[in-house]
Design a protein around this ligand. Structure first.
Ligand code: MN
Length: 706
């Protein structure tokens, strides 16, 4: 077979004869195993593992990985077992094949939960041995190259999966050429019409602009030579999909995408990179704001270069990348450059280490979150990086994704700093924690010993680390609160049966735990607090287990559950009616979200279909030491300074304004203002309303529920 000959010629170029011999036997083994199987194209199946091995040989991957590549489908499609492979080719190869086979089993589903779970498994496999992922990517690349024969819906499914999952991973691993090819192939099968139109446009433009680009390249080459800078200057083209994304994201027409052509300058060392940059800025003017120094601060996948965009002749902007040869190697092959250039180059092994650290952090994150969808969310941030660089007070550089806030920074420094942060100084100025960080900011986090993460942080943090730590903290806290609420609810239900928790004792609990999936009575209490179990049902079950045969449970009405409004996340005050102490209230148990408290007359509540088992009789505790939000609307005469008068009256009565909004001016004499106020209870609110009515401009005033 021709492909086999090519492969072994390539392999002999860099592997020892012994290794090549093992690969020969792996090839024969695989061919025998796949005997009689064919691809959709009609070719014998062995052509596929051969092609995959060929791709990996281009990166000079080691013989274990190549052996595994040749065998990557045998466990899946033939009778060969992992033990067989281990016996013939050793345990490391068997592990690699097993890893790839596990990834193969993953059928990405549209259902987000399943997809997330699969994605997670895939990354974990990669975290154990990045070679598994390299084999899988080569496998996917060959499958994408031979997608033509498949049915259309299958093509689209595979293309979408490649675009959403495999291409970003290839990018994160710095496998640049694979990444671009995967993107372009996906684009072609996912949007065949757009692909055709765009590739035609690019071909035409190439014809028109070729001459100009050639002239610019020559001019650059000449100017560098004149300045005594030794450099290799080449032209480069943006791949189709990135042109398409740019048009799509920035709503540009093709004619307005100018940087489809660029120039790449490769020089001998870092100092020369900057020298070349200066020389080129002398030749053509740089476009302000387009210069990026990825040498001083490398991208997460190890990429380094100087980027600048120049005003070329014929008003053609031209993007220039300047880098050293070593940087170029990493830019082309990413993690694979470790195998491709087996040099002692420190930057290559540093890249390996960085990749390894990234993968380790994924493992850490996944064990902490435990929730697949959440994990996927974290990961997407990591896979689509667009970064900002900021400084610690000691001058250390931290890299964060674009959009990161001070809270993200705090968690990036240390989990404890994140959990305890209360304020931030950005460039010596006190700023809100939600402030989005900008390049070059110097960030100092201020912490307090007893501070705790706030649920609202989740609205603006962007890093996986911050998000997962905040959620973890809240979950733990919420669990404790749910246990407390569950205990109160259960006691109330037991009271109706003329007993209480203390009287029940340990016996019935033990019996009940044996019969259910719950691990402890605490778990059951938390379930009650979260609304996953009904207190009445648990009470009956406990009681039944404490009774002798034939005895019956006698019910009598019990008093309401008392709430203080400060229970935390297990008891939430409904946002529609915003109940305050003094209001008649009812509790609604919602599955997984604990209890929501509504006012009796809440209009939203009236619209819901209510399950009597989930409605609770509750009342306010007499000592609620807390302020509560309440909504009111005030109709006022449209006069200058009326808002100030109203606000002063509110403050006078010891209340804070949480929020205020006004209806748009429609030229009439009256306007309506909407306030959210902080009050202690109904009496407090009544006092405020009374004094507001005394303001002459106030026409009408009402509390708003729903
Ligand atoms: Mn395969």
């Amino acid at each position: 077979m021709q492909a086999a000959a090519t492969l072994f010629q390539e392999l002999s170029g860099y592997l020892k004869p012994d290794d090549v011999a093992q690969l020969e036997s792996a090839y024969q083994f695989s061919e025998r195993a796949h005997q009689g199987q064919f691809r959709v194209s009609g070719e014998p199946y062995i052509s596929h593992p051969l092609a995959v091995a060929n791709i990996l040989a281009k990166w000079h991957l080691d013989s274990q990985a190549l052996t595994a590549a040749l065998l990557h489908d045998v466990m899946e499609d033939t009778a060969v077992s992992k033990a067989d492979i281990s016996k013939h080719f050793g345990k490391p190869v068997a592990e690699l094949v097993d890893g790839v086979s596990k990834l193969d089993k993953i059928e990405f589903q549209t259902h987000e939960d399943a997809q997330a779970e699969n994605f997670r498994k895939m990354l974990l496999a990669m975290a154990r041995d990045v070679r598994v992922m390299l084999i899988k990517l080569a496998d996917r690349l060959h499958n994408m190259r031979t997608l033509e024969g498949l049915a259309q819906d299958k093509r689209r499914r595979i293309a979408r999966e490649t675009l959403e999952i495999y291409a970003p991973i290839a990018n994160r691993l710095g496998l640049n050429s694979i990444y671009q090819e995967l993107e372009d192939l996906s684009f072609r099968y996912l949007y065949p019409r757009r692909y055709q139109v765009l590739s035609k446009a690019v071909r035409a433009a190439r014809g028109n602009r070729r001459e100009v680009v050639g002239k610019i390249r020559e001019a650059i080459q000449r100017r560098l030579a004149d300045a005594g800078v030794e450099a290799t200057v080449t032209g480069r083209e943006k791949n189709l999909y990135s042109i398409y994304s740019k048009m799509h994201d920035k709503h540009l027409s093709f004619a307005n995408v100018h940087d489809i052509y660029g120039v790449r300058v490769i020089v001998k060392d870092v100092a020369t990179c900057y020298l070349a940059l200066g020389t080129l800025h002398g030749l053509y003017k740089p476009i302000p704001g387009k210069f990026k120094d990825y040498i001083a601060i490398a991208k997460a996948n190890g990429y380094q270069s100087l980027h600048t965009t120049l005003f070329g002749p014929f008003s053609m902007p031209i993007e220039v990348q300047i880098r050293t040869l070593d940087m170029h190697k990493i830019a082309e092959a990413g993690v694979a450059s470790h195998w491709l250039y087996k040099s002692s180059d420190a930057s290559l092994s540093e890249l390996q280490k960085k990749t390894h650290r990234w993968l380790q952090s994924l493992i850490e994150m996944q064990s902490e979150s435990g929730d697949a969808v959440e994990f996927l969310e974290h990961l997407k941030v990591d896979l689509f990086p667009d970064e900002v660089y900021v400084f610690t007070p000691k001058g250390r550089i931290m890299t964060l994704p674009r959009g990161a806030t001070a809270v993200d920074f705090a968690y990036a420094v240390h989990t404890d700093i994140g959990n305890r942060c209360v304020a931030v100084k950005i460039n010596d100025e006190l700023m809100p924690l939600r402030t989005e960080l900008r390049n070059g900011d110097r960030i100092e986090i201020i912490t307090a010993a007893h501070a705790k993460p706030n649920p609202t942080w989740l609205n603006y943090v962007v890093t996986g680390k911050a998000r997962s730590h905040i959620r973890h903290f809240l979950r733990t806290m919420r669990f404790q609160e749910s246990v407390q609420l569950g205990e109160r609810l259960l006691n109330q239900a037991l009271a109706a049966m003329q007993t209480n928790l203390a009287e029940i004792g340990e016996g019935p609990w033990e019996k009940m735990l044996k019969e259910t999936a719950a691990k402890s009575s605490t778990d059951i209490l938390a379930d009650i607090g979260l609304g996953k179990r009904l207190a009445v049902v648990v009470a009956r079950q406990l009681l039944a287990r404490g009774l002798d045969d034939g005895e019956a449970v006698e019910l009598r009405p019990s008093g309401p559950v008392v709430i203080r409004g400060s229970e935390g996340m297990a008891v939430q005050l409904a946002k529609c009616c915003r109940p305050i102490p003094g209001d008649p209230i009812i509790g609604m148990i919602t599955k997984g979200h604990g209890m929501i408290v509504h006012t009796h007359d809440c209009p939203a509540l009236a619209k819901m279909r209510l399950d009597p088992d989930k409605i609770l009789d509750i009342e306010w505790s007499p000592d609620t030491k807390k302020v509560f939000d309440v909504n009111i609307k005030i109709m006022v005469a449209n006069q200058r300074g009326v808002l100030a008068k109203v606000a002063a009256e509110i403050a006078e009565n010891g209340s804070n304004i949480e929020n205020v909004a006004m209806d748009p001016q429609d030229g009439s004499h009256y306007t309506t203002m909407h306030f959210t106020l902080e009050v202690m209870n109904r009496t407090h609110l009544a006092r405020i309303l009374r004094s507001l009515r005394r303001v002459p401009e106030v026409m009408r005033i009402a509390r708003v529920k729903g």
